[in-house]
Design a protein around this ligand. Structure first.
Ligand code: ZN
Length: 210
């Protein structure tokens, strides 16, 4: 029951951006067609990932366009995917040329805002983990350790690896908007490597001690 409810919730959330992307705007005085400037009627239509521009008399797509040609519309690249699309085959159809983000300024703004909020949180997690890493790297002289100490060492190594791996994903995402995060990703990778050496040494010692 709970699972089904969660699935439904996840589905709704996943569907949101798709739905808003397909919301149509028709050309009008307030929303002229971004390609031909039509503002006299609603024959041109657009959504976030499709522009349908009507071949009319007074307003019309630029002459000489070819299939596959890429145009800049509102600062983003759009490709001509159909010269005779629309209900009656009398519209030019454009699609975003690629997954380049330029044509979705609202999403970029949203991601940037999220990155700004997230950055200090990730940094403080990073700093907290750094002290765990230092504790891991300070583990030495297994042969003088008690059995309890070895057990605690093993737990510390495993927990630190787990937390580093948990932090790495969000850091990689944040790096897209904030290149400074790249250094933190590098540090996490470096630490994972060093700790894997420690874990290997400890495992080797375990085998030797047995
Ligand atoms: Zn138009």
């Amino acid at each position: 029951m709970t699972n089904a409810f969660n699935d439904l919730l996840a589905l709704d959330v996943a569907a949101l951006p798709r739905m808003s992307r397909h919301r149509w705007t028709t050309s009008s005085k307030r929303n002229p067609c971004p390609l031909c400037g039509r503002d006299s009627d609603d024959k041109c239509r657009r959504s976030a990932d499709l522009i349908s521009c009507y071949w009319g008399e007074r307003f019309s797509p630029p002459a000489g366009l070819k299939l596959g040609q890429v145009l800049t519309v509102e600062g983003g690249p759009w490709a001509v995917v159909n010269l005779s699309g629309g209900f009656a085959g009398n519209s030019l159809i454009l699609r975003p040329d690629s997954e380049r983000k330029a044509f979705r300024p609202a999403e970029i703004q949203q991601q940037k805002r999220a990155a700004v909020v997230l950055a200090p949180v990730l940094r403080s997690l990073f700093i907290r983990l750094r002290s765990h890493v230092h504790a891991c790297l300070a583990i030495a002289e297994f042969q003088h350790a008690t059995a309890e100490q070895l057990c605690a060492d093993r737990e510390l190594l495993a927990a630190t690896v787990h937390q580093l791996q948990q932090l790495r994903g969000p850091l990689v995402l944040a790096r897209r908007e904030d290149p400074a995060m790249g250094r933190l990703v590098q540090a996490v990778d470096h630490w994972l490597k060093l700790i894997s050496y420690q874990a290997r040494d400890l495992a080797a010692f375990d085998r030797w001690a047995l």
